[in-house]
Design a protein around this ligand. Structure first.
Ligand code: ZN
Ligand code: ZN
Length: 356
């Protein structure tokens, strides 16, 4: 975690503060190594502190050896103020995007006369992954590959979405996923037109499109994969739309490389779908960063234009959704490299027609 503390320190320089408070779970974990669900990390030019409550004294000492542990008992802001007072910090940054207003006010009160400075881009610290982080995402992706192979052996007409989803999740948990980063998306038949449809009691039928979106987590890091299959023989339209989405997905993957703009990658996939006449049916961004969070920056979307950097891990997930008919989405995870990208999820992508 020494690297991540250094990275936070460089960020102090660019954002004009003397210290950075880390209250958001993922940021605190990223910088300090501590995976508990409460506490405040503090990085200054020459120190790293971690203020935790009674429940976490032992865990913090074990997971955050690079930090001085401050025992906050039941008053974290009070303990924080006491620990930083002798350091004479003038400007202290906090995560404006994730600290609740009331908590920010409490901190402002306690930290006076230091000025509490709202910072909107702290999450950016985590955008570029190091090798260890990519390896964790890759372990999660392996579990998702195995999970998808397993669910193909389970799916059949007559079972409910919920039964299939439970089996899918249990398999991934047994295979080593510490949790799933979101409730499985499991949407069949016309419900597959819902980009985030959760499993229901709907009974699977021959001819259904089935979209599954799954994100097993390893060592805190998530993967994120979607596949769409057909129960039985695909009809003309299912075949056509599947082919469009697959072409868009491959086209977007081709466009990924360090230096490419996030918007250009979105565009590469979006144009293929629009050219096929389904532009209106693809209403979300083409992808997003993944890591300790399931949705991180940078977003691959018409609204964000940032240059991609080697080490960013992104999803590539175009889809076409037609209300009343159904939908197709195909999603892989890629790590950006100097001259392209490496795909981390390997579940098959050619249209799968499951025997019924
Ligand atoms: Zn997904
Ligand atoms: Zn996703």
């Amino acid at each position: 975690m020494k690297d991540h503390i250094d990275r936070a320190r460089r960020y102090l320089g660019t954002s004009g503060v003397d210290a950075l408070l880390l209250s958001k779970d993922e940021n605190r974990r990223y910088v300090t190594g501590f995976s508990g669900s409460a506490g405040i990390g503090v990085v200054t030019r020459d120190a790293a502190l971690l203020v935790v409550d009674f429940r976490y004294y032992e865990q913090a000492a074990e997971q955050a050896p690079g930090c001085e542990i401050v025992r906050g008992a039941t008053d974290l802001p009070g303990a924080l103020a006491e620990a930083v007072r002798p350091r004479e910090l003038r400007r202290i940054g906090f995560e404006a995007e994730s600290v609740p207003y009331a908590q920010a006010e409490r901190l402002r009160e306690k930290l006076r006369p230091a000025e509490l400075v709202p910072l909107a881009d702290v999450d950016r610290l985590r955008w570029v992954k190091d090798e260890e982080e990519v390896a964790a995402i890759e372990r999660a992706a392996k579990i998702s590959d195995a999970g998808f192979a397993h669910v193909l052996t389970v799916l059949r007409p007559g079972m409910t979405e919920r039964d299939a989803a439970v089996e899918f999740e249990a398999f991934m948990r047994r295979a080593g996923a510490e949790r799933l980063s979101f409730d499985l998306v499991f949407a069949s038949g016309p419900r597959s037109a819902l980009p985030h449809g959760r499993a229901t009691g709907r009974v699977l039928q021959a001819g259904d499109l089935v979209t599954v979106d799954f994100g097993p987590v390893c060592d805190g890091y998530t993967s994120d994969c979607t596949r769409t299959v057909v129960l039985g023989r695909a009809d003309e339209r299912q075949r056509e739309i599947y082919a469009v989405v697959l072409r868009a997905q491959r086209g977007a993957i081709e466009a990924v490389r360090a230096g490419a703009s996030s918007r250009a990658v979105d565009q590469a996939g979006r144009e293929i779908i629009a050219a096929a006449g389904y532009g209106e049916a693809f209403g979300h961004g083409l992808g997003h960063g993944i890591g300790l969070e399931i949705h991180e920056g940078p977003a691959l979307s018409p609204r964000m234009d940032v240059p991609l950097e080697a080490g960013m891990v992104l999803t590539i997930e175009p889809g076409v959704y037609l209300p009343g008919w159904g939908g197709v989405r195909i999603e892989d995870d890629v790590v950006v490299t100097a001259d392209g990208c490496r795909v981390l999820t390997h579940a098959p992508k050619e249209l799968i027609e499951l025997p019924v």
